[in-house]
Design a protein around this ligand. Structure first.
Ligand SMILES: [Fe+2]
Length: 347
């Protein structure tokens, strides 16, 4: 039995023409629509790939259940005016009833608003590179927390140029940009990008102008500064929810309006909302502040977790991080596949 499945014992199976009702031994009741069941007949899917063999237009518009009964771990359904009998495994029905979150806990987002009250070491996932590489269960636990919290850390990543690529092969697929597969974050004279200066950087996400926007970002600390250069993070989704609760008009404005298309008379309201959200990003209460040690690596959801840093003085203490981006789908699907592989190995 996988996580979240109901007990496969049933107390009662009943049906109306529109829906099947299963009362589990636990007392919980699950309802399944007749139309949805008719679509999900086993013979409508390829047994190997699971891909659909019928087009939705081939389904009857209003299939009505005539009888439903359970026998030997299977629910048998007959529809009015049809000779076929639909067979549905109770285990499969239970898994559908439990929902996707029960099967994939990594999809359950855990928002964190008051970052200043949190400790990166205590409140977020850490794994050693060695454990993440050699222990699938440790890697799955770490990936799950990465997706739930929007940020997670590795330690003990070899202090070598491009070692980030080896580490990220455990996490997802690296997306190349015009900066290359790997980019350097260190100070240079007259930088084209402020990331390559000593300046502090306010909370931001990277490259929002790309299509697709980089899903995840990783930063590997090769040389750290003992004086400044602290990393800052905030949960953008938690901040957006905070804005929705405290300034619903500002939230509505920012979540519905494309500013460049605005007429001049609507611009002041947009800027008021924009300013209100930006003030949240400046508020230290909402910032998780920490210092990456050399060999540490942080991975974060670049469309959720904002990042920034405090200023430093590279002439006295040089600082060097290497970074890369990961595609969003590869991190999610890699986590789901690993969960499935580990479950299959235990059967
Ligand atoms: Fe950045």
């Amino acid at each position: 039995m996988t996580d979240g499945e109901q007990s496969l014992e049933v107390r009662r199976v009943s049906a109306t023409p529109e829906a099947l009702s299963v009362e589990w031994q636990s007392g919980a009741v699950s309802e399944f629509s007749s139309l949805w069941l008719r679509d999900n007949l086993r013979e409508h899917r390829d047994p190997h790939s699971g891909q659909r063999l019928i087009d939705v237009t081939e389904l009857p518009a209003d299939p009505r259940i005539r009888t439903a009964r359970s026998a030997d771990g299977v629910v048998l359904i007959e529809w009015q005016g049809e000779t076929r009998t639909g067979r549905f495994d109770l285990g499969w029905l239970a898994a559908q009833a439990a929902g996707i979150a029960a099967q994939r806990p990594e999809l359950e987002r855990r928002l964190w608003l008051a970052g200043s009250e949190l400790s990166a070491e205590r409140d977020f996932a850490w794994a050693t590179f060695r454990a993440a590489r050699s222990d699938g269960h440790a890697r799955l636990a770490w990936l799950t927390r990465l997706l739930q919290d929007g940020i997670a850390f590795l330690s003990g990543v070899p202090r070598e140029e491009r070692a980030i690529l080896g580490a990220m092969s455990l996490v997802g697929r690296v997306a190349e940009t015009n900066y290359g597969l790997v980019f350097d974050v260190r100070s240079v004279p007259q930088p084209a990008n402020l990331a390559n200066s000593d300046l502090g950087l306010g909370l931001h996400t990277d490259n929002p102008y790309r299509e697709p926007v980089p899903g995840f970002q990783a930063l590997h600390a090769l040389v750290t500064s003992p004086d400044g250069g602290d990393s800052l993070f905030a949960d953008g989704c938690a901040l957006a929810e905070h804005l929705r609760a405290t300034a619903p008009q500002a939230f509505a404005c920012l979540s519905t309006i494309a500013p460049l298309a605005l007429p001049a008379r609507a611009m002041p309201a947009f800027y008021a909302a924009y300013r209100r959200f930006a003030a949240l990003l400046l508020d230290p209460r909402f910032q998780l502040r920490m210092k990456l040690a050399a060999d540490d690596l942080v991975v974060f959801d670049n469309q959720r977790t904002l990042h920034g840093r405090t200023a430093f003085t590279s002439a006295r203490h040089p600082r060097h991080l290497q970074g890369c981006y990961l595609t969003r789908d590869s991190v999610y699907s890699g986590t789901g596949l690993l969960r499935r592989e580990l479950a299959a190995a235990h059967r």
